[in-house]
Design a protein around this ligand. Structure first.
Ligand code: SF4
Length: 288
């Protein structure tokens, strides 16, 4: 269910931690209708205090264009504006089709690109294609990172049954790339996939970010285990895909299909593009 809060709220939140490299996060919604079974956000206090099933709500933060423009200009006056959208929701919720809050956010940025040093858009929704005109206006100040954890629809249905299909995400990546927008495939979290997946990724994206349960949940995998992600694997998938070396093994397979300097592991794949270190032998530390 999507509710709209009348109260005007700030959109930018100061950040750090796993998102070091950014100055702000921007979450246009509270909650997430995709409700991926593995989503660690549902275990955070912000979701636990809500006492509603994760995936059953995505409240809209209304955007007043003038207030938002003033907020963004104020942030620019104070210093750098590297923005991660979004850290605890997907900015392209089903409700975004009507609400247009993410579009409003982008309209202000597109009208004055100098207000934004860098915008990282993390989504799994094909709706991002609607905003190609605005994303284009940001040039190389933007990177659109589309989650594609697997190319297998059966696996997608098992781990994220309410998320957009694999095919819809591939089409979105193709449209973004054709429009000249910098794009990344986020294989995060890494799920079981077909042998052809590395070649598909190489054909779709400028960059690829790979993350897993053991680093990506920010709690050495304990958060993911508490959610029961291990029980979502078929017995025959476990040995190959559910262990701390799986991300590195996948990166090595990917390196046969695309240049190593386009492949990023763990936190590196979510940093601004000018602050990253690519995957290479002996350098896959999340803090490298
Ligand atoms: S789309 Fe992202 S924020 Fe939403 S439930 Fe899935 S993992 Fe969580």
């Amino acid at each position: 269910m999507a509710r709209s809060t009348k109260r005007k709220r700030r959109l930018l939140t100061r950040t750090g931690g796993y998102l070091a490299g950014y100055d702000y996060t921007l979450n246009p919604f509270v909650g997430c209708a995709y409700g991926c079974l593995y989503c660690y956000v549902q275990a955070l206090p912000i979701a636990r205090f809500r006492r509603e099933r994760w995936g059953s709500y995505a409240d809209i933060k209304p955007v007043d264009p003038e207030t938002w423009q003033n907020e963004l200009r104020g942030a620019r006056r104070r210093g750098a504006t590297r923005i991660f959208m979004s850290s605890s929701t997907d900015p392209y919720q089903p409700a975004e089709w009507r609400a247009g809050v993410t579009r409003s956010v982008l309209m202000t940025m597109a009208a004055e690109p100098s207000l934004v040093d860098f915008l990282f858009v993390q989504t799994r929704s094909p709706l991002v294609v609607r905003d190609i005109d605005l994303l284009k206006a940001l040039g190389d100040r933007v990177l659109v990172s589309v989650t594609l954890e697997t190319d297998r629809e059966d696996v997608r249905r098992r781990f994220a049954p309410h998320a957009p299909t694999v095919r819809a995400r591939i089409r979105a990546l193709e449209s973004l790339r054709a429009a000249g927008i910098p794009v990344q495939v986020a294989v995060a979290p890494l799920l079981p996939s077909s042998p052809d997946f590395p070649h598909l990724i190489a054909s779709l994206a400028d960059f690829v970010a790979i993350d897993d349960w053991f680093v990506g949940d920010g709690a050495r995998g304990t958060r993911s285990l508490a959610l029961g992600v291990d029980r979502l694997y078929l017995p025959e998938e476990r040995d190959a895909w559910f262990h701390p070396r799986a991300a590195r093994t996948f990166a090595q397979r990917l390196a046969d299909a695309m240049a190593r300097d386009r492949i990023y592991l763990h936190q590196q794949g979510f940093l601004p593009t000018n602050a990253r270190h690519p995957f290479d032998e002996g350098n896959d530390s999340p803090h490298a």
